[in-house]
Ligand binder design. Structure first.
Ligand SMILES: NC(=O)C1=CN([C@@H]2O[C@H](COP(=O)(O)OP(=O)(O)OC[C@H]3O[C@@H](n4cnc5c(N)ncnc54)[C@H](OP(=O)(O)O)[C@@H]3O)[C@@H](O)[C@H]2O)C=CC1
Ligand SMILES: O=C(O)C1=N[C@H](C(=O)O)C[C@H](O)C1
Length: 253
């Protein structure tokens, strides 16, 4: 039975992870932390993660970028592996994540679903074939409570497409104030926010007289919860390093 510390436990994802873990026998939420509260299953109440003294095995974080530095410092101090699923990190914060992974195992992914991992592979393949002549645009849709735009997944997709292009493209976000034609070296990235949309991602390859669209639809938040718990269990006992969904999928084959 593995003990998970959950940061962001009162949030939408925190609650879905808690229900998901309740149905498993291989792990439990030993303690949940949020900006204002500490929730503990069988443990005595502490006022903050620094006060936590028991034998945690791994941390899962679905919270807010403002939590990152403190959380990484805590994980490093305790030598605990950590799954960072929070999106909207600044480039400097992404560097912090990479730095931390030199000391502890860190699983970092803007999308914990299996399907998006496949979509990234397919987008890379399509880019290798079409990238030279087709225009590439990414469209993402999420619920009206999401605070970051574009989504972490859209940025991951853009980075993965870039890695398959001969020249580094320029990311262009929406185009509301643009007064010129599209440049060849652009990847357009567009965000839609509304209602309870869980997460939709489309990669559009538009060529002369033909369009190829690759897409993924998330129908529930459970796919991210399950992915993050599997990632957490995968991370326990690993060497320090930066891990992602590709590593998790490869470990099952
Ligand atoms: N990688 C992936 O697969 C996925 C990533 N995400 C990402 O996870 C994050 C959380 O999403 P979601 O659950 O929908 O968001 P919510 O806003 O519902 O939940 C965030 C939670 O984090 C808490 N929080 C805010 N600041 C801190 C802090 N400094 N320390 C600890 N807790 C804090 C909030 O508390 P309070 O309410 O009191 O402010 C809230 O309970 C987002 O960045 C989202 O994009 C979401 C889904 C999938
Ligand atoms: O905030 C969300 O809800 C989600 N965020 C992640 C992102 O930014 O890509 C993943 C998922 O699409 C849901």
């Amino acid at each position: 039975m593995k003990n998970i510390l959950l940061n962001g436990c009162n949030g939408k994802m925190g609650q879905v992870i808690t229900s998901c873990v309740e149905q498993r026998s291989d792990c439990r939420i030993a303690a949940g932390f949020d900006i204002n509260t500490t929730m503990l299953a069988d443990y005595p109440v502490f006022s903050d993660p620094e006060g936590y003294t028991d034998d945690a095995d791994v941390i899962i974080d679905f919270s807010h970028p403002s939590a990152l530095s403190g959380l990484l410092a805590f994980a490093k101090k305790r030598g605990l592996p950590i799954v960072v699923a929070t999106t909207g990190l600044s480039p400097e914060q992404v560097e912090e994540v990479k730095e931390a992974s030199k000391k502890i195992p860190v699983f970092y992914s803007g999308n914990m679903s299996l399907g998006i991992n496949l979509l990234m592979e397919l987008a890379k393949k399509a880019t290798a074939v079409l990238g030279g002549s087709f225009d590439i645009e990414i469209v993402e849709q999420h619920h009206n409570q999401k605070i970051d735009a574009p989504s972490g997944t859209a940025l991951m997709l853009a980075d993965c497409i870039s890695s398959a292009l001969p020249e580094q493209p320029r990311y262009v976000y929406d185009r509301h104030s643009q007064r010129k034609k599209r440049d060849k070296d652009e990847i357009g990235i567009h965000s839609i926010r509304g209602g309870t949309i869980v997460g939709e991602h489309e990669v559009i390859f538009a060529g002369r007289d033909e369009v190829v669209t690759l897409s993924h639809s998330a129908h529930s938040k459970e796919i991210f919860a399950t992915g993050s718990v599997n990632a957490a269990l995968f991370l326990i006992g690993k060497q320090p390093g930066l891990y992602n969904m590709g590593d998790l999928v490869a470990s099952k084959n």
